[in-house]
Design a protein around this ligand. Sequence first.
Ligand code: AMP
Ligand code: GLY
Length: 425
Amino acid sequence: MKILIVGSGGREDVLAWKIAKSKRCDELFCAPGNAGTSRYATNVAIAAEDIEKLRDFAKANDIGLTVVGPEDSLCGGIVDAFQREGLRIFGPTADAARLEGDKAYAKQLMRQAAIPTADGRIFENYTQARNYIASRDIGLVVKAAGLAKGKGAIVCDEPSLALRALENIMVKRIFGEAGAKVVVEEKLAGPEVSIQALVDGRTIYVLESAQDHKAVGDGDVGPNTGGMGAYCPADVLDDKMFSQVYREVLVPVVDAMNRQGITYRGVLYIGLMLTPGGPKVLEFNCRFGDPEAQVVLTRLQNDLVDVFEAVIDGRLEEVDLCWDSRSTVCVVMAAPGYPDAYAKGKVIHGLDRASEIPDVMVFHGGTEHRGAEIVTNGGRVLGVTAWGDDIRAARDRAYQVAELISFDGGALYRRDIAHQAIENC
Ligand code: AMP
Ligand code: GLY
């Protein structure tokens, strides 16, 4: 079968790597892809958001399965558009993807379904939001309700900072129209963990847990990014919490959507904070996390195409998921300046040497070919992902390889990925 992957980041590169191994895959395309995906797929110059062109490409090329990586395409209705033409596609419909695309909708749904989350209020009016924040004397998080590339939540230790965040989001529109509506919620404390589940409308399979590192700097300082590194498994979530999250979050959210007439099919990602009062939901995403996908899919032993098809056909219960017993760690190498302004087009060195090291994959995010060279083409450039007998061994190998790689103008990466897991060993 011919398969198309939509997207161009590290998540799509690991999807392409894994799908290329499938016995069901005869030919693989990636739109638009990156220099990494061209190792195992034919890149097609169509933007991930150009739903009509992607649909026409899938029809014209007899694509048997399309797998969508990014949230913008899902929230924009790519799955609905493909389904209308009878094309098979993995991912939630636009209605279902609202769980990620509209944080206000997600908050309301959690409230209705009594899902544990931070207390929060939704505002479409700047003055009302400002008055509310001014009346509070606790740490707050101000979130643009719409899509903001994972950067739309501003964590504020005191209300004066929250007022500034609100002005930036609602008045200065630093996240564009995503900031027309905001969610203002209490600041929670505790370790964070991400859960990704496969959902076929009814059956929910939780994948191995992973921990992302959102802040740009070592020690979790600085602004939030899309994610600077991850590791799997994340033992911070014990079995008891795991079943609590299944019972109190996953089942109620899928049920609540079914009650609204929305069938959730695809990956459901839950960002959780493990507070002293139990796990609470920070966010839902309607797709694999990036870089969580890099550390989770590299441990999954199943044929991914079989798994995705079972989700599409609503027969996930027939699938048994098998996991590599080793641990994985991904260190993201970014362009200096990320998550703010950064330069593109910087030559990347050392990829050949890195590819000689066993038990490591260097997944590409923002990269492209320029003649014989590979150059940077985005904020998060590479995800150096290593396997090891434990997290420490995987971490050491990932850093050993990261040190072999350099970008003209320098590379930015955290030196403390997986530190929580290693300190707890
Ligand atoms: P979100 O996009 O909603 O997941 O938020 C991005 C990041 O902001 C999360 O991964 C947390 O690190 C932080 N965050 C979000 N909501 C809260 C909260 N209520 N309390 C503390 N930190 C939060
Ligand atoms: N790494 C977090 C995300 O993909 O949203």
